[in-house]
Design a protein around this ligand. Structure first.
Ligand code: ADP
Ligand code: F6P
Length: 324
């Protein structure tokens, strides 16, 4: 069958994630390698609605592989959630002659990609979020860089906590998921980790382990709290009142979303970006590129959104075991 794809677009949507630039570069260069025209859509679905779209060439994505953020910028676009907004977006794509679109983002962005495919613009999605909370994939772009940012911050907090014999309560991002919290707890040797997926009891799961740590001669205590639980400041106060150990809270915030992407994020984003272009060239649409059992594959967007993934119980138990 003759390949009918000539012009493709790329946009980044939802919260940004380190590695998005590597994905943009991979899409642009794989497209050019295959003789396609590639267009960058600015500020997520906003750019599609407003026609804020620019032709990209191989040089326009030079020097971005190592940069955090996204050169196309990103946005949360409410108008695109409406039928009218989606029709405007498809109309703009049609005016420009786009034969396909690649969307880098999270679950919400995937819903948008699905709507575009249904309206006749073949769209392929790839997972870009620090939260690693997309069910159909073991890995999302930005997660590894975020983990490394968190551990470097917690290592520093541990230094000062040890010097002052304090407890440091650190709130990490992740929206409603505890992936960032659990992996960083293991990597930082945290005494306590609290995630939204598992019910916790303040006395049994937080206060007691802190007290036990002090009794065993620990000079400091690190408590990692996922933002889906929140309340790091109140938790630090409660720990101090109940244990007598001076406690401080740190909410790491958006620092977790920035910075130069790690090797893993650069490589996975490059592989996924190239795969998105390949899928369009194969005439596919409405797919999510994902990693399952360590292998890169693709699934239908509806099916991918319906899949379930759960936080590893073994990882949580490991965090507790190793904190003795
Ligand atoms: P993420 O993609 O990181 O999950 P959001 O949930 O904020 O982030 O979604 C990003 C954007 O995707 C939204 O601002 C909106 O433009 C689009 N979007 C979200 N949900 C839908 C939906 N149900 N239908 C169409 N577009 C959606
Ligand atoms: O989805 C990524 C994320 O950083 C979440 O961890 C967090 O809950 C949310 O985005 C923060 O969003 P905003 O940038 O709108 O504050």
């Amino acid at each position: 069958m003759e390949n009918t794809i000539r012009k493709i677009g790329i946009l980044t949507s939802g919260g940004d994630a380190p590695g998005m630039n590597a994905a943009i570069r991979a899409v642009v260069r794989t497209g050019i390698y295959n003789g396609l025209e590639v267009y960058g859509v600015k500020k997520g679905y906003n750019g599609l609605i407003n026609g804020d779209i620019e032709r990209m060439d191989a040089r326009s994505v030079g020097e971005i592989l190592q940069k955090g953020g996204t050169i196309l910028q990103t946005a949360r676009c409410l108008e695109f959630k409406t039928e009218e907004g989606q029709n405007k977006a498809v109309e703009e794509a049609r005016k420009l002659g786009l034969d396909g679109l690649i969307v880098v983002g999270g679950d919400g962005s995937f819903r948008g990609a699905q709507a575009l495919s249904a309206k006749g613009l073949p769209t392929i999605a790839m997972p870009g979020t620090i939260d690693n909370d997309i069910n159909c994939t073991e890995y999302t772009i930005g997660y590894d860089t975020c983990l490394n940012t968190v551990i470097s911050a917690v290592d520093k907090l541990r230094d000062t906590s040890s010097s002052h014999s304090r407890c440091s309560v650190v709130e990490v991002m992740g929206r409603n998921a505890g992936y960032i919290a659990v992996e960083t707890a293991i990597a930082c040797g945290a005494e306590v980790v609290v995630v939204p997926e598992v019910e916790f009891d303040m006395e049994k799961d937080v206060i007691n382990p802190v007290k036990e740590g002090v009794n065993r001669g620990k000079k400091h205590c690190i408590v990692i709290v996922a933002e889906g639980i929140g309340g790091a400041t109140e938790m630090a106060k409660k720990i101090e009142e109940a244990t007598g150990m001076e406690s401080r809270a740190t909410i790491l915030g958006h620092i977790q979303r920035g910075g130069s992407p790690t090797v893993r994020d650069r490589v996975e984003a490059s592989r996924m970006g190239a795969k998105c272009v390949d899928l369009l060239l194969e005439g596919k649409k409405n797919r999510i590129v994902c990693i399952q059992n360590g292998v890169m594959t693709d699934v239908d967007i509806e099916e991918g959104l319906a899949m379930k993934k759960s936080l590893s119980k073994e990882m949580l138990e490991l965090a507790v075991k190793l904190s003795v």
